[in-house]
Design a protein around this ligand. Structure first.
Ligand code: NAP
Length: 267
């Protein structure tokens, strides 16, 4: 593969800083610029923690960045509003987005898919880059064919902005595609404390836990007469996501279409 020129949005973030390490330590990748809303016009090496990385300019305005810098891929690890704007703008400039930012709406995904189809350009939106988490979702989908009753409990650090997590939503969608619709629990159940039963997706209940000390964890609990099945995945640090980012960048360079979820590109 020839060198893939990459822009990272959100380089100072917990995910973005790991992505900077991944890109600068991967032989066939080149970090050509970063997008950061605070350090416009500086070099990445001027920012604390990145002193050893030379020749990477910082832009605040993505349009200015894409007018100046030639790139193949934009990795976005920011916030949903910014991430959507970045992804759309990147596509306009024929740069393929690889988006780890979570919280995109169905409308956002449909819009990006349409632009990709018009432009015949690749784009990957991956709510979870951890390969173990993708397997957890796939195994949950398998189990859902045999277990109709399921509750999803996702647990994250207390700085996470969106709830439920993108992974929980994606898991619920994958389960929903194979599970016979069912409203779970007692038909007359009543919440004496609002929210006690969590959010509802197609009759399934989704619970979000936020605590300092956690990173990203999820368990999917299935129950039927006399048995339960628990499928659980834990990410203990953000480097757990980076092998998935690498796979996504390699894939988006080869496949000129819209992909939602890493499970669709894993063999
Ligand atoms: P974080 O530490 O808060 O990082 C977000 C970064 O985005 C911050 O450095 C923030 O800068 C920056 N930012 C905000 N607005 C920006 C803009 N307009 N331009 C450029 N940068 C901007 O969050 P995180 O934990 O890294 O997570 C980032 C995103 O990835 C979230 O949506 C999270 O849910 C998601 N995530 C995805 C995965 C996955 O596997 N797909 C895994 C973990 C997290 P300031 O701090 O200065 O505001």
């Amino acid at each position: 593969m020839s060198i893939v020129k990459i822009i990272i949005a959100g380089p100072r973030g917990r995910m973005g800083s790991e992505a900077v390490k991944l890109v600068t330590n991967t032989e066939q990748f080149e970090l050509v610029a970063v997008l950061d809303h605070k350090f416009d016009g500086m070099m990445l090496s001027d920012i604390e923690g990145f002193q050893s990385i030379s020749s990477v300019p910082v832009y605040t305005d993505i349009v200015k960045c894409l007018e100046t810098i030639e790139a193949d891929v934009l990795i976005d690890l920011t916030t949903p509003e910014v991430g959507m704007y970045h992804a759309k703008t990147a596509l306009e400039y024929n740069v393929r987005p690889v988006v780890g930012t979570t919280g995109f709406s169905k409308g956002n995904l449909d819009e990006l898919q349409q632009i990709c189809e018009e432009k015949k350009l690749g784009c990957i939106i991956a709510p979870n880059f951890a390969i173990g988490a993708v397997l957890m979702m796939k195994f949950s989908q398998m189990a859902a064919k045999y277990f109709n009753d399921v509750e999803i409990i996702e647990m994250h650090h207390d700085q996470k902005l969106d709830a439920p997590s993108g992974t929980a939503v994606k898991t619920a969608e994958m389960i929903s595609a194979v599970r016979a619709a069912k409203r779970q629990g007692h038909p007359n159940e009543k919440e004496t404390l609002p929210g006690a039963r969590g959010a509802e997706f197609d009759g399934m209940h989704v619970h979000s836990v936020r605590l300092p000390g956690l990173v990203a964890h999820q368990q999917v609990l299935f129950g039927s007469d006399g048995q339960t099945l628990t499928i659980r995945h834990d990410s203990y640090n953000r480097s757990s996501f980076m092998s998935g980012v690498k796979v996504a960048v390699e894939s988006v360079m080869k496949n000129p279409s819209f992909v939602y979820g890493l499970e669709n590109i894993l063999e």
